[in-house]
Ligand binder design. Structure first.
Ligand SMILES: Cc1cc2nc3c(=O)[nH]c(=O)nc-3n(C[C@H](O)[C@H](O)[C@H](O)COP(=O)(O)OP(=O)(O)OC[C@H]3O[C@@H](n4cnc5c(N)ncnc54)[C@H](O)[C@@H]3O)c2cc1C
Length: 643
């Protein structure tokens, strides 16, 4: 973490200086705001936490509930979400508090005694090298707490306003073209409207308001999909059991009593069980079945046979229905109007897609939606990019959600199939075990690959850096920071700060020669009036305000002399012109993991790897392709007026 740039400040560096211009009195709401976020679930908080770093953007986040979530709901955190948490700066806290999923075990009916179960297999949960982050389990409420703390300490001091329900959203640009969306809010006490109605106008409204989204309905979008819902029972319990895999994620298929997914939970004692209940008929609601906690415990005990499962405390339980459903577009602009209408109302997370909890994707994909939208809103409101880039949010995330629905539909079908009772072979993997293993990349959150667009280049030069797939998330690897010889993960330089990263992997050449490809590229970036740094960085700010350039040399740190490298790699920043020493890296040869080898960088040619603010690889280019680099950014950035 870097701090003290603009002068020494004592105390916790994670408490940023208060940067707000307008402060509302406690309990009051502004008449106008730049962004109104509806809902404090994982999607709303991911978006709010991004925006909170920019006090010049006024953000209001409201939530119907009276206060923060305490327990229940989702708990699976994929490797990809952990990478994103790292950008927010709280991955380490999660690593400490969460339960790590190392192995998943599979159980099926014992063919010798089909009313009992037997272990059929165990597999490593995340393939080696997929991510530097593990797959972990932690309650959604704790994840919310991390975001809330980050927001509280941010320059915006952003706090949600609870007990406020959004009841209507209307696009009315004629009333105020700068704040074209009008939201009607109702104050609640104990979940009941007090009768007080408040109107707030916003430049943008983002509905992160869950499966029954009011914002989605206001923009006339529907969740379309299965007409019948799958009913689920879920319980978080403290229990005593002789089932040996209770601390592993386990999938159990019984012969006659249904299926259970065991999720070992944080803290070492808590366990979550998902119990698949019946399919509901069209329009049927689960609450009409009057299923109670005793029914869930009874079902679990029957499935666990011959093992015992003695519940000592029920922490949280729920019975709920889920269908695989998706909206066709994640903003209010009709497809036919995209060329001439700009979006102002968006929906994220469960408001756009619903699916079963079996694949553990609910919280993850929802946060991914918001992380995709957040930096785009910031870029538009800061005047870095034109507002039409906001169309890419729906374009990119709708297809991610479609993949999720397809995956979940297939996974649910396979999990619900009756197991083969006469299969006595322990080597024979049941279908659900095979499918789970084949799709590990997907469930880890790594399968998202954005297609070529204004924001993602065509992979013409993919061969220069085979391990950084254009359109996919930047796959971190170990490096050594030259100035202080600290082993670090290169991907961890990416913070949730809406900046673009340009990673320059040096060619195999003398790094001190002014004519080396790295030095010529650095000179171009810093001196040439056509370079993206000069065209798109606002005057007066730090040179890395929009683009964060980092160079990785091939030589070991011991072979490089910092003071003889290009001065552009030691930029001067802040009010004192202090030197930023954290732009230069070398391979971590001690760990035996040379980033040039593990990520397939062409040593002779080097490579430029451009990474989006949401950690996805946007482009790969040769070191000499300066015109293409500039043209790429010119496709979605606005030149600044240096006059
Ligand atoms: C009761 C429940 C149990 C769940 N259990 C599981 C589970 O066991 N496992 C699992 O993987 N997933 C579970 N999920 C789903 C998982 O929590 C979601 O996939 C995930 O939270 C999606 O995040 P989100 O931010 O899109 O929506 P949500 O987490 O649903 O957040 C939406 C928020 O918006 C608020 N809101 C709604 N309407 C308004 C309004 N008009 N005005 C103001 N605020 C509003 C809601 O109160 C809520 O806090 C559960 C969801 C619910 C609702």
């Amino acid at each position: 973490m870097q701090y003290h740039l603009n002068g020494f400040r004592p105390g916790d560096p994670q408490w940023f200086e208060d940067g707000r211009k307008n402060v509302c009195a406690p309990g009051t709401l502004p008449d106008k705001t730049d962004v109104l976020i509806v809902g404090c679930g994982p999607a709303g908080l991911t978006l709010a936490a991004q925006l909170a770093a920019f006090p010049e953007i006024e953000t209001l986040i409201v939530e119907r509930k009276p206060g923060p979530l305490q327990k229940g709901q989702a708990d699976g955190i994929s490797c990809r979400s952990m990478e994103m948490f790292n950008a927010f700066g709280f991955a380490e806290q999660i690593l400490k508090q969460a339960c790590w999923v190392n192995e998943t075990t599979f159980w099926k009916p014992d063919h010798r005694a089909p009313t009992t179960i037997t272990r059929n297999g165990r597999v490593q949960d995340v393939a080696d090298g997929l991510s530097e982050m593990p797959h972990v389990i932690l309650n959604q409420a704790r994840v919310h707490d991390m975001y809330l703390e980050l927001m509280r300490k941010s320059p915006s001091r952003l706090e949600p306003v609870y007990a406020i329900s959004v009841t209507d959203i209307v696009l009315s640009p004629q009333a105020d073209p700068t704040y074209p969306v009008e939201a009607t809010l109702a104050r609640l006490i104990d979940d009941v409207p007090t009768g007080e109605q408040i109107t707030v106008r916003a430049r943008y409204v983002v509905g992160c308001d869950g499966a029954r989204s009011t914002v989605r309905k206001a923009i006339d979008r529907e969740l379309i999909g299965d007409s019948a819902n799958q009913a689920w029972g879920v319980m978080d319990v403290l229990a005593v059991t002789d089932f040996p895999d209770i601390r592993c994620k386990s999938l159990i298929q019984s012969a006659f009593e249904g299926n259970i997914i065991i999720i070992p939970r944080e803290g070492g004692y808590l366990t979550r069980l998902y119990i698949e209940l019946d399919k509901l008929t069209e329009g049927e609601r689960i609450r009409n079945r009057h299923i109670g906690i005793d029914d869930l415990i009874g079902a679990a005990q029957r499935i666990f046979r011959p093992y015992h499962f003695d519940v000592k405390e029920v922490v949280w339980w729920s019975v709920y229905e889920i269908g695989q459903r998706l909206t066709d577009k994640f903003d209010e602009v009709p497809q036919a109007a995209v060329a001439h209408q700009l979006p102002h109302i968006f929906i994220c997370g469960d408001a756009c897609h619903t699916h079963s909890p079996k694949a553990g994707q609910g919280m993850n994909v929802s946060m991914g939606d918001a992380f995709n939208l957040g930096w785009k809103l910031i870029a538009v409101m800061k005047g870095i990019s034109p507002p039409d880039i906001l169309h890419t949010y729906s374009e990119e995330r709708q297809s991610v959600a479609q993949d999720l629905i397809n995956f979940d539909r297939e996974w649910s079908r396979i999990m619900s199939e009756r197991p083969e009772l006469n299969d006595d072979s322990q080597e024979n993997e049941p279908k659900f075990q095979r499918y789970f293993i084949q799709h590990g990349h997907y469930t880890a959150g790594m399968s998202v690959t954005y297609q070529p667009s204004r924001l993602t280049g065509i992979a013409t030069w993919q061969e220069l850096a085979r391990g950084f797939i254009v359109g996919s998330r930047f796959h971190s690897a170990p490096v050594v920071r030259l100035a202080d010889i600290k082993p670090v993960q290169l991907g961890h330089v990416i913070k949730s700060d809406a900046r673009w990263r340009i990673f320059i992997f040096a060619a195999d050449e003398d790094p001190y020669q002014a004519s080396s490809a790295v030095n010529r590229l650095c000179s171009y970036l810093c001196e040439d009036t056509h370079s993206p740094l000069n065209r798109f960085t606002p005057p007066g700010g730090d040179c890395d305000e929009v683009f964060d350039v980092r160079v990785i040399f091939q030589q070991a740190a011991s072979e490089l002399k910092l003071d003889q490298l290009s001065p552009y790699l030691l930029p001067r920043k802040g009010q004192y012109g202090l030197i930023d020493y954290e732009k230069i890296f070398c391979p971590d040869l001690k760990s035996g993991s040379d980033i040039f080898s593990v990520r397939g960088i062409n040593r002779a040619a080097g490579a430029v790897v451009v990474v989006r603010p949401d950690q996805y690889v946007a482009h790969i280019l040769p070191l000499q392709a300066v015109d293409q680099l500039s043209a790429f950014f010119a496709g979605f950035m606005l030149p600044v007026n240096k006059g």
